[in-house]
Design a protein around this ligand. Structure first.
Ligand code: PLP
Length: 426
């Protein structure tokens, strides 16, 4: 029998319980106790466990939100922490925000670093993935003729950032194409590595793409790049706290992520990892004193900003650790497979995501053959109040579907039935 003490030891316990305080702790504890020691695959299908997680959010259940790739609602405890810190700040910001709350960003740095698997001195807290990645993209010394290799499925804003350097600094940008879905991870590495020329200084690519949810073999690419003296910027906007990995599984030079996506932290949170040896040579986006040149905090010199957002990241980490990233990823794949397997068997649909767990997790992309994706989106919203994202790329199109830990099976099944009805196969 699993005792309360045993549970606390096996699941990181105190953190797990604290994550759910204020919210039916006894029920959560009972659910967690019941599942202690169970495999992530078993827990993924345990509706009693996930019902408790679903209840930890203050959602509008009259809509079905399958766009968790955009930004996500925070659990109640995280949102309460955000509001509490805002209230504290407003008493006397110069004292309560700057002197009491702001220094505690160091606890957030330490915990983010532990979760990502790097030294806290390599971890900068940012406002989103765009800011994190743009620090790397705009902070590298590149001269006219230097080349950046990326893909034509990288995030629009990050491509715009490189395009601005093309116009401003005369660098060259090469965008490679890759198949959707690819048959193997090797294809992805081969495409990027084959595009390298003697002028290539940077490889920029997603850890997991926002368009189809394709995971890239980051380490394989980064290792090859390092051997050739090329820096790697990895767009991890969708990866952190979505599926398990550590910095040592990547070995890239720079990594930027959003925390208002899969970590469920407040809106306006992200981080930038900079490998220690790269800190002195990377210019911050908002300048910092020369004395801070070697200090990761130079990337956080953004002027006055709310301390509430970044401090509430700590509560989001506690919630996340209370579930455990293995269980979370298993549940997300379970939810994704529930709709994707059914639609994938139907000849009216084409799945653009490789469903192998090594290739993908929560994010899936499905095309309704013969129906423009814009129409699919409109139908889902107007008739069913389902939100999902249209992806129209030069090489393919489809609907991006992203559930989250709070998504119910009923919501997934309603979506699947709505798609079948739209395709005339219900
Ligand atoms: C792949 C990718 N990169 C970067 C970003 C930018 O993230 P943020 O809006 O947090 O700056 C996004 C946002 O959706 C994204 O999908």
């Amino acid at each position: 029998m699993v005792t309360r003490r045993g549970f606390l030891q096996t699941t990181g316990g105190i953190a797990a319980l604290a994550a759910f305080r204020d919210d039916g702790i006894a029920r959560i504890e009972a659910a967690a106790l019941r599942t202690a020691g169970a495999s992530p695959a078993d827990v993924a299908a345990d509706e009693n466990y996930w019902r408790e997680i679903q209840q930890a959010f203050t959602l509008d259940r009259t809509i079905i939100n399958l766009n968790n790739g955009g930004c996500c609602p925070s659990p109640r405890v995280v949102h309460e922490a955000l509001k509490r810190y805002l209230d504290i700040s407003n008493q006397s910001p110069v004292y309560h925000m700057w002197q009491i709350l702001e220094p505690n960003i160091e606890s957030v740095r330490r915990r983010l670093a532990a979760a990502f698997g790097c030294d806290p001195e390599e971890m900068a807290v940012t406002r989103n993935a765009s800011e994190a990645l743009q620090i790397a993209q705009l902070g590298l010394d590149l001269k006219a003729g230097d080349e950046v290799v990326t893909t034509n499925q990288d995030y629009g804003r990050m491509l715009d950032t490189w395009q601005q350097r093309v116009r401003r600094d005369g660098i060259k940008l090469t965008q490679v194409s890759f198949p959707v879905p690819p048959e193997s991870m090797d294809v992805l590495a081969e495409r990027l590595l084959a595009a390298i020329t003697p002028a290539t200084r940077v490889l920029h690519f997603c850890h997991i793409t926002n368009l189809t949810g394709q995971i890239f073999p980051v380490k394989k690419i980064a290792d090859q790049a390092r051997r050739r003296g090329i820096k790697t910027i990895v767009d991890g906007a969708h990866a952190f706290a979505h599926f398990p990995f550590k910095a040592s599984d990547l070995e890239c030079d720079y990594y930027g992520t959003s925390l208002h996506k899969w970590l469920l932290a407040p809106i306006g949170t992200g981080f930038l990892y900079v490998r220690k040896e790269n800190i002195p040579t990377l210019w911050p986006l908002t300048p910092a004193a020369a004395s801070r040149a070697d200090n990761i905090r130079k990337f956080e010199e953004i002027g006055t900003h709310p301390a509430a957002n970044h401090n509430a990241i700590a509560e989001a980490l506690t919630f996340h650790e209370g579930i455990g990233v293995e269980r979370k990823a298993a549940r997300l794949r379970y939810l994704r497979n529930r709709w994707a397997d059914r639609l994938g068997r139907n000849p009216k649909f084409r799945i653009h995501t490789n469903l192998d767990p090594a290739h993908s997790c929560a994010i899936g992309n499905v095309q309704t053959l013969g129906v423009p994706t814009g129409k699919v989106v409109a139908h889902l919203w107007e008739k069913w109040r389902i939100i999902a994202t249209p992806i129209v790329h030069a090489e393919y199109e489809g609907l991006r579907v992203t559930p989250n830990v709070y998504t119910t099976l009923e919501e997934i099944d309603t979506f699947t039935a709505a798609m079948e009805q739209l395709a005339g196969t219900a």
